[in-house]
Design a protein. Structure first.
Length: 719
């Protein structure tokens, strides 16, 4: 065009106009160069054909076309079909505004074209109508505007969330409100909230966009397990696009139910993690793009959740406190003890039913607000020993005034305490008026009884002294009698034996033919045998009594020597075997343990013990067996004599070792001895620091046992 204009000017325009034309042309070229450098694309479009007549500016970058490929092209062909109608209206002047935003037709191989903003202005061009279209690429601006709108939406959501959750004081309400805002802002497929409970994460909130997912599938787990546990351990949010490839995701429940991506955010208060907010997606997703919003949301939820938990704890504490108050009131009203609460001004604040009844009042209101001096205290001085002197009272006896003005003796405990920030006095008391009267009566009875006991004790002491004196006299008498009887008894025994011997000699030398005389002779011999037997029995009785007296008085002479108890038992049994042969239904056995140690004993006295025990066994056993056993323990030697006789009742088993005591009962019909044998046995055994006892059951037999300690050792319980 420039060449045409210059040629035309050289041929037809006066020389004087050529410089001016050239200058105008240069200005036009400079303007075009300036327009080509513009960041917008400028098109000159012919109307109504809408073909592009010219293009300047950034149209090459915008359309990605080389020079010459845009002139003559329909302007509408640059845009997809849905944009043609509104653009045609703009060019025809039908539309009222001249700014249009539309996307360019996408280049081959792409899905979206650049978003442009167009300003269209219709202008006359000589005889033709044309339009100047300024096209600006607003793709990045649109992205930024969209991002800004998203941020604004997030901020609005955070603001709504903060305002909403701050207005709730229950954990459930806080979670529901927060879930609503997070679901609307981020649109996850799955949203969960866990709270830390010891070593577990407890699922508190759950929401899913997929119907087949439920809370049971993602129930609480260990505080160190899976991604939620890692979030607690690390104290930082985790944004995982593929949970199947992340080794920290250890729970199969998450993987098997279709989750693909997750975000876990700790709910932290300082250094303490109180829970985890978890978001999930069933398709791959980068939750990190919303990290700022999610972090802020987690922070808001943490504060609100903590406040709600504190509020619930406070409500629970208040509820428990109220229940405790009600329980305390119930307890106070049912206690069988009077209880009064006094204020620092010494006024009645509370009084239980038992105290009202004790003090003859019908209603608590009759005492509330009144000072203790008006209605209770019998002291009228100006100082209270508890309030003024800070003294505590524990089980002190004092008096209270009843409604009728009579003093009431009580046992009172009082202590200053702080109740609901106020210093009060807690008094508890029990009516002991009747108890005092009873105590006085008991004291009088006690004094009288004590006097009677003293009098009776004196009488018993006198009687005991007299009995001891009589016992001494009896012992002296029996000893004297025993000594005095021994000589004539010996004479009677000796003369009886001589008479029996002489009668038998006469019978041998002078046979008696007369039956009557023979019968009388036999009767005389029988009587002589009776005299001899009774003399022997009396001699044994006297000897036993004298032996027992000597042992008890310490006058007995013991001939101790080294004794083998086993051999001594054998010798004793052999000496008595002839007596047992008289009863064929009764057998005698001996069982000895080897290694029986030698003991320093009087063999005659120990043999006396064995003889007494074997004699008793023979007397009270009609059939069966009698056995003697000797065995050695770690500290003593034990000897036992067992029989299968009549047995001894339990209440008699200790008394049979007393002097002259013999068992008389249904089975043991009459005494069969002197009653001194077992007493002598006990004295002999106890002399050697041993002990003797009996084990017996009526009808089953008896077992008499005595133990003698080994040298230099005390005897323990039975071996």
């Amino acid at each position: 065009m420039r060449e045409k204009l210059i040629g035309l000017g050289e041929r037809s325009i006066a020389k004087s106009y050529y410089p001016e034309l050239k200058e105008r042309l240069q200005e036009l070229e400079r303007f075009r160069a300036l327009m080509d450098a513009a960041s917008d694309a400028i098109f000159l479009v012919e109307t109504p054909s809408l073909h592009i007549m010219d293009a300047v500016g950034a149209w090459r970058d915008l359309l990605d076309k080389p020079d010459g490929e845009v002139v003559g092209v329909s302007f509408l062909d640059l845009f997809p079909d849905p944009c043609h109608s509104p653009l045609a209206d703009q060019f025809s002047g039908v539309a009222s505004h001249a700014t249009v935003v539309c996307a360019l037709r996408p280049p081959p191989g792409t899905e979206e074209g650049a978003l442009v903003e167009m300003s269209i202005r219709l202008t006359p061009d000589g005889g033709r109508r044309s339009a100047v279209v300024v096209v600006r690429d607003v793709t990045e601006r649109a992205v930024m505007e969209k991002s800004l709108a998203a941020k604004v939406q997030e901020l609005q959501a955070l603001h709504r969330m903060g305002m909403a959750v701050a207005s709730y004081l229950s954990v459930e309400s806080v979670i529901q409100s927060a879930f609503k805002d997070v679901m609307n802002a981020v649109e996850p497929d799955l949203l969960m909230l866990f709270t830390a409970d010891g070593q577990r994460l407890r699922l508190q909130g759950f929401e899913s966009r997929r119907g087949d997912a439920n809370a049971d599938q993602f129930a609480g787990h260990g505080i160190t397990e899976c991604l939620c546990g890692a979030t607690v351990s690390e104290g930082e949010p985790l944004f995982v696009q593929d949970i199947h490839a992340d080794p920290r995701c250890t729970r199969d429940e998450c993987k098997h139910h279709g989750l693909s991506s997750m975000a876990t955010l700790p709910l932290r208060l300082g250094n303490l993690t109180i829970g985890v907010l978890a978001l999930g997606s069933f398709t791959p997703r980068n939750f990190g793009a919303a990290s700022v919003f999610l972090r802020s949301a987690a922070s808001i939820v943490t504060g609100a959740l903590h406040n709600a938990m504190l509020h619930e704890d406070l409500e629970r504490s208040i509820r428990e406190l109220n229940e405790s108050r009600e329980n305390l009131t119930t307890i106070l009203d049912t206690l069988p003890v009077g209880v009064i609460l006094m204020s620092a001004e010494r006024k009645v604040l509370r009084i239980n039913g038992y105290a009202l009844k004790m003090l003859d009042y019908d209603h608590e209101e009759e005492l509330l607000g009144k000072t203790c001096r008006e209605v209770l205290c019998v002291y009228h001085n100006d100082r209270c020993p508890i309030f003024d002197q800070c003294q505590e009272v524990d089980q002190r006896e004092c008096d209270l005034l009843t409604r009728k003005g009579r003093p009431l003796t009580v046992l009172k405990s009082a202590i200053p305490i702080t109740l609901e920030g106020q210093r009060v006095l807690l008094e508890a008391f029990t009516n002991i008026s009747e108890l005092k009267e009873t105590q006085l009566a008991l004291q009088r009875a006690h004094d009288e009884l004590e006097e009677r006991v003293l009098q009776r004790t004196r009488e018993l002491q006198q009687a005991n002294d007299r009995l001891q004196e009589l016992d001494q006299l009896k012992s002296s008498f029996l000893t004297t009698v025993s000594h005095d009887l021994r000589t004539p008894l010996t004479s009677i025994y000796g003369f009886a034996k001589l008479i029996r011997r002489d009668l038998r000699r006469i019978e041998a030398n002078v046979p008696i033919q007369d039956p009557g005389i023979r019968r009388r002779r036999e009767a005389v011999l029988s009587n002589i045998d009776i005299i001899l037997n009774e003399s022997e029995r009396l001699t044994r009785l006297i000897n036993d009594f004298l032996d027992l007296s000597k042992i008890e008085e310490g006058r007995y002479e013991w001939a101790d020597e080294a004794v083998d108890l086993g051999q001594l038992a054998l010798d004793t049994v052999d000496s008595m075997r002839g007596m047992f042969l008289e009863n064929p239904a009764l057998t005698l056995h001996v069982q000895l343990e080897s290694g029986v140690p030698l003991l320093q004993l009087d063999p005659d006295r120990i043999q006396q013990v064995l003889v007494n025990l074997l004699s008793n066994a023979y007397k009270f056993t009609s059939r069966g067996e009698v056995s003697v056993e000797v065995r050695t323990g770690p500290q003593c030697v034990q000897v036992s004599v067992s029989d299968t006789g009549e047995g001894i009742p339990a209440h008699e088993q200790e008394r049979i070792f007393e002097r002259f005591h013999q068992v008389v009962g249904d089975t043991l019909h009459a005494p069969k001895g002197t009653g001194l044998g077992l007493a002598i046995c006990r004295r002999i055994v106890e002399h050697y620091r041993g002990r003797i006892w009996v084990e017996s059951r009526v009808g089953e037999g008896s077992r008499f046992i005595f133990e003698l300690p080994r040298p230099q050792e005390d005897c323990p319980p039975p071996c």
